[in-house]
Write a protein that binds this ligand. Structure first.
Ligand code: PFF
Length: 494
């Protein structure tokens, strides 16, 4: 077996891990889901999910990975040998495949749009309608959709073949700061446009009357998707950490940076969309249909259009490689394959699996799986169901099966001053599984349209929402008391 590599520096790990987290989920998916679900109120629920469920779960995955020094499946075999818990990791690898297969389709669109904007395609079009509907023509073309999808997977394969330090870490160190720089330039341009205020208010002024059960369900799915949780991606990156690293601060940092970039993307996109009077609820085509028009109409658009799509490509590449790495680590660690053989075979497999998603906007548009196109079906299945389910099982595994003592001890390695261990395990034990299971249940119920199911769901919701309020208040008050008492005790010791 090849010797296990580690990250070269803490900074390199943070950039690679945030690079994996920050991706199309932040700049393409977050704006379109927020636009569809009414804006600011949705954003608040999403941030709540990232803090209450996201941080504890990221830390759970990081500690599992570092403890085992193995891939998503092997981790469970090391931590609980002789049991079947490794199936959680197996589901994670399968989820990784499915996500990569359609993720690279969207990434392919961004590559295509980057070239089109460099060539000035959108500038030459007469009307805003023509620019917007170009997305339909573009995504319906089998040659373009499949070609760019393949191009993107090949790009990820080239990086992942080079391994951890020379491939992933090096690429992210260069790409992540570039991403932040370009995003800041786009925000300044967007909020200084005339009429941008309506977009700002849509994004930051919550209107809770617009919040549906479906929106809460999607906010949870989005928090899992954007933080790459529930499928072992964080376990895998955590497995390249050493005992010197501080897991708790890394987990908080990754969540903070990922949420920050999503919010910044919102500031870059909504003011511009509203400034040009375009609707925010256009679904997956939002950034492609709207922003091309925005760039066409704004001064300096010739430069900003390719710059923005380049930004999307960077975000997609650093996440695409993390998806491919989950699959690669599994075959290298568990099956003893070489990195090279794994990347070549599995990259090709993901390419083939993605073809139906790539054709969903053209040849396969009429095909429906439970009322959705192949693309939307796989997107909703993975983000709204498979990731939360994986996360639910990981939290149960860490809190009940691995056990409180061992989990906290692992986090304390490299961070002896870790004082919030009890709160962490408490959240993993009682809060995360409860919240995730509840939202999953309502998600499943909302897929049914029969009046009986709906009225049952409504009754259940009224009971559960009382429990939720009590829990939220308890978590806030209990957490505050706990932290204050620990600080006092420490001061006394000194
Ligand atoms: N977090 C990535 C994004 O926001 O684009 C998507 C993703 C990457 C999901 C890796 C899951 C994963 F394992």
């Amino acid at each position: 077996m090849e010797k296990r590599e580690h990250w070269k520096s803490k900074f390199g790990f943070i950039l690679a891990a945030t690079g994996g987290a920050i991706g199309l989920g932040n700049i393409w998916r977050f704006p379109y889901i927020t636009g569809k679900n009414g804006g600011a109120a949705f954003v608040l629920i999403y941030i709540g999910c990232c803090i209450i469920v996201g941080i504890p779960l990221i830390l759970a995955e990081l500690s599992l990975g570092r403890r085992s020094q193995r891939d998503a499946v092997g981790t469970f075999k090391v931590v609980k040998p002789g049991t079947r818990w490794f199936w959680i990791g197996g589901m994670g690898v399968a989820t990784g495949y499915l996500i990569l297969s359609y993720y690279s389709v969207v990434a392919g669109w961004t590559i295509g749009y980057f070239f089109e904007s460099l060539l000035g395609t959108f500038r030459k079009m007469g009307s805003p309608q023509a620019v917007a509907s170009y997305f339909d023509t573009f995504s319906a073309s089998p040659l373009k959709a499949i070609g760019f999808h393949g191009f993107f997977i090949a790009l990820c394969m080239i990086i992942v073949i080079r391994g951890i330090q020379g491939g992933i870490e090096r690429a992210c160190k260069l790409l992540m700061p570039t991403l932040l720089g370009i995003l800041l330039i786009c925000i300044i341009r967007s909020i200084t446009l005339e009429g941008s205020l309506a977009g700002l208010s849509f994004f930051i002024k919550p209107d809770f009357s617009k919040l549906s059960t479906q929106a809460i369900f999607e906010a949870l799915g989005q928090s899992f998707f954007t933080l790459s949780l529930g499928m072992g991606a964080v376990i895998t990156y955590g497995s390249y950490l050493t005992k010197k690293d501080n897991l708790a601060s890394s987990g908080v940092m990754i969540t903070f940076l990922d949420t920050l970039i999503a919010i910044l993307a919102g500031f870059a996109i909504f003011p511009a969309i509203f400034a040009f009077g375009l609707p925010p609820d256009q679904g997956p085509g939002l950034v492609f249909r709207s922003l091309t028009n925005v760039f066409n109409a704004m001064p300096g658009g010739v430069v900003f259009a390719p710059l923005f799509f380049f930004l999307l490509i960077i975000a997609a590449v650093t996440s695409g490689i993390s998806l491919l790495e989950v699959i690669t680590a599994y075959f290298v660690d568990e099956r003893g394959w070489s990195r090279r053989k794994t990347v070549l075979t599995m990259g090709t497999a993901a390419f083939l699996l993605g073809i139906p998603a790539a054709l969903s906007f053209g040849r396969l548009q009429g095909i429906s799986i439970l009322g959705k196109t192949p693309f939307s079906f796989v997107e909703s299945l993975t983000a709204n169901y498979m990731l939360p389910l994986g996360g639910l099982m990981i939290s149960v595994f860490v809190a009940y099966i691995w056990g409180r003592r061992k989990a906290i001890d692992e986090v304390k390695v490299g961070n002896p001053a870790f004082i919030t261990g009890r709160i962490w395990v408490f959240l993993l034990r009682y809060i995360c599984p409860f919240i995730v299971a509840q939202i999953l249940l309502f998600g499943v119920l909302s897929e049914f349209t029969s009046p009986r199911v709906t009225s049952f769901a409504n009754t259940l919701r009224s009971y559960l929402s009382i429990i939720d309020i009590v829990i939220a208040a308890g978590v806030i008050i209990g957490g505050a008391i706990y932290i204050i008492s620990i600080k006092r005790a420490k001061r006394k010791e000194e």
